[in-house]
Design a protein around this ligand. Structure first.
Ligand code: WTA
Length: 656
């Protein structure tokens, strides 16, 4: 490094507050700080600005119906169609403009203009109807990042069939559980995809999952791998290209949906072993995805906007598909990994496509940092106007690296906190308003009321850690857990609400702290959910997979610190009497976890132990296991029933 660079680095290290760049402020969609007061003064009606970003077939009667809280309803009796909002209404002005720029793993490129996307969505919607899909039937998609995935989602939205997208990296078991839970009789999947240049079969996994689904399923298969892979088709299955070909030129009138009708289901991990089916609606969710894309990501029709998440997670739903397409912009979809063929892959794409916004995850930024600045430096990134992060806390060093080496100190960075359940962003600075503080997501968005409280629900005040709560409903909120209203109330509303006084407080199950300026730093989950590379995994799900392995008696899973992934899975395992603690057993445990959930949940370390540290009441002390995983000094062990076990485990970990 030159002297100048060293000085710059030192200055950056000391700086805790960053102002939005002037050049950004001048052109921003939302630049007037009065927006906060406006929301405050107008109450729920303020959300009409979000709904007004969409086209409605008929307007709503009431913005918010809170008569049956916490079962809130938004834009009641309003009618619209999400596919029409993401496609048809852009055709006149932007028919020839790119809706999706897709970049394949092998370097292939496909551009879908709005009219091309509209055509294929119509054809596939007609095909789905012919297969028997009716309004309100749940269609499952089990696909990687290929354009047919958003096509299928929008085709479903067009005919009023909610979709349930299952991340392609999830296992056959995970697919089966989700299809069963949603009573889903339709599946759109593909033969396989490429990873680091090699074909990766996917259809076998889908087939395996289907064997465990107790009802008949109509399956459509996209042929991604051509001749590279001869996929096993079962009787009665349909080839995507043939279906679309048979319906060439078909048009399907968008079905009129009620604002509160379900747009999609998304399964996510919770405290118990059973994933939760989060229900999102057509009016509230779409308004919220569009509004936050407009206000936070500053999306404009002429942008080439890129969110590098996977559509199999909520971030991809809201900020690759629905938000950007509702606003008529160009959304980039990248199938591959950031380091194939080289570690400059993302920067090559930013350069080539003149990407204007990049929205990614801290885990990726930490990897970029590790690889070094020479990769971004070898490309022209001057098209970038805004950077964003999501999924986990970002440490100030990573934030500053992103700001400096990717944004060249001229792009605001929005650190956005939100969840599958919230539908869209909740805490973040608005990029043209207010200062940015690295490591701190920021204040609640206008119209969002959040605080940090103690166990009894009282605000902790500046500087202290507590629990994050949201005190007012918002349009993008989940409406319920699919077919499980009771669990919905229990999981999110029981903790801090006061039903007798009709006061409802949403509990996201995150720990947080708040500073004097009202900026909130989210510290991480306070339930038994891990955040591995920004992916949400339930410890119970992993534990039950491990206990399902022959020879395992008991298991406890905790998150250990990890330089790149944020958290990594540490599994403490007790074997059954007579079973040896072998490497072979460890391999079977890894396989068991991969089969039940997928490779993302693979344990970083498996530690055999004769016992687990338990309190006198028999509860596993996870805190201790975390401290051991992280090699930290141990906290209080006096309440343990079996204090000796701690040193046993520690010596095992150090390989004694
Ligand atoms: C965590 C992803 C700190 C948090 C959109 C939350 C974050 C969980 C941030 C939701 C952030 C997300 N700072 N933590 N900016 N964003 N989280 O449902 O623990 O996959 O509860 O939604 O990720 O994960 P989910």
């Amino acid at each position: 490094m030159s002297d100048e660079e060293v000085q710059l680095e030192a200055r950056l290290e000391e700086q805790d507050v960053f102002e939005p760049p002037e050049s950004f402020v001048e052109q921003a969609n939302v630049a007037d700080p009065a927006i906060y007061d406006e929301f405050e003064e107008e109450g729920p009606d303020a959300w009409e600005r979000a709904a007004d970003l969409l086209d409605w077939e008929s307007e709503w009667d009431q913005v918010l119906d809170d008569s049956d809280a916490p079962f809130y309803e938004w834009f009641t009796d309003g009618k619209l169609n999400a596919s029409e909002n993401c496609l048809d209404r852009h055709l006149d002005d932007r028919g020839e403009a790119a809706a999706i720029e897709w970049i394949g793993e092998l370097g292939e490129k496909r551009t879908y203009s709005y009219s091309e996307l509209h055509r294929e969505v119509n054809e596939f919607a007609a095909a789905l109807r012919d297969l028997g899909v009716e309004e309100d039937d749940v269609v499952t998609m089990y696909m990687p990042m290929i354009p047919e995935l958003p096509v299928a989602m929008l085709a479903c939205a067009r005919i009023g069939a909610p979709h349930s997208v299952v991340f392609a990296g999830f296992s056959a078991d995970a697919l089966a559980t989700r299809m069963e839970s949603a009573d889903s009789e339709y599946l759109v999947t593909c033969d396989g995809y490429y990873r680091r240049g090699d074909p990766l079969p996917h259809k076998e996994k889908a087939n395996e999952g289907l064997e465990d689904v107790g009802h008949d399923v109509e399956t459509v298969v996209v042929d991604r791998l051509d001749d590279d892979y001869d996929h096993p088709m079962k009787d009665g299955e349909h080839d995507y290209d043939e279906l679309v070909g048979e319906h060439a030129g078909a048009t399907v009138e968008p079905v009129t949906r009620d604002a509160e009708d379900m747009l999609f289901l998304m399964y996510t991990s919770g405290t118990t072993g059973q994933p939760k089916g989060v229900k999102h609606t057509t009016g509230g969710y779409l308004s919220y995805a569009a509004w936050t894309s407009h206000a936070v990501l500053d999306v404009k029709p002429d942008d080439t906007y890129w969110c590098s998440a996977d559509i199999g997670w909520i971030t991809g739903h809201s900020y690759i598909v629905y938000g950007p397409l509702a606003l008529g912009t160009t959304t980039v979809m990248y199938e591959g990994t950031p380091d194939y063929p080289e570690k400059d892959r993302l920067w090559e794409i930013v350069d080539e496509y003149d990407v204007t916004q990049l929205y990614t995850a801290p885990t990726a930024i930490r990897a970029f940092m590790k690889w070094g600045k020479e990769y971004p430096d070898s490309h022209d990134l001057s098209s970038l106007r805004l950077l964003g992060t999501v999924g986990e806390p970002i440490n100030p060093r990573a934030w500053k690296w992103y700001y400096k080496h990717i944004g060249k100190e001229s792009c605001p960075v929005v650190d956005t906190w939100w969840q599958t359940e919230t539908g869209g962003m909740m805490l973040t600075t608005l990029p043209a308003i207010g200062e940015m503080k690295p490591g701190t997501a920021g204040p609640p968005l206008p119209g969002i009321s959040a605080d940090v409280v103690d166990v009894s629900g009282d605000p902790v005040g500046a500087g202290k850690a507590g629990y994050l709560v949201v005190n007012q409903p918002w349009p993008g909120m989940l409406r319920t857990l699919y077919k499980n209203d009771e669990r919905f109330v229990d999981e999110y509303w029981r903790e801090y609400s006061n039903p007798d006084r009709d006061e409802w407080v949403y509990f996201p199950e995150d720990g947080a702290k708040i500073d004097e300026g009202g900026y909130i730093t989210v510290l991480g989950r306070v339930d038994d959910v891990l955040n591995v590379s920004g992916h949400r995994l339930g410890t119970m799900e992993i534990e039950s997979a491990i206990v399902g392995v022959e020879g395992v008696a008991e298991a406890a899973v905790v998150g250990g610190d990890h330089e790149i992934k944020g958290e990594a899975v540490y599994a403490y395992v007790i074997t059954e009497d007579g079973t040896e603690e072998t490497e072979a057993l460890k391999e079977r445990i890894v396989e068991g976890v991969e089969d039940a959930i997928g490779p993302i949940a693979r344990p970083e370390a498996i530690i055999f132990t004769p016992e687990l540290p338990k309190t006198r009441s028999g509860k596993i002390m996870r805190r201790l296991l975390e401290e051991i995983a992280n090699g930290e000094e141990l906290g209080d062990t006096s309440t343990l029933r079996n204090p000796d076990v701690v040193s046993d485990i520690q010596s095992k970990m150090s390989g004694d």
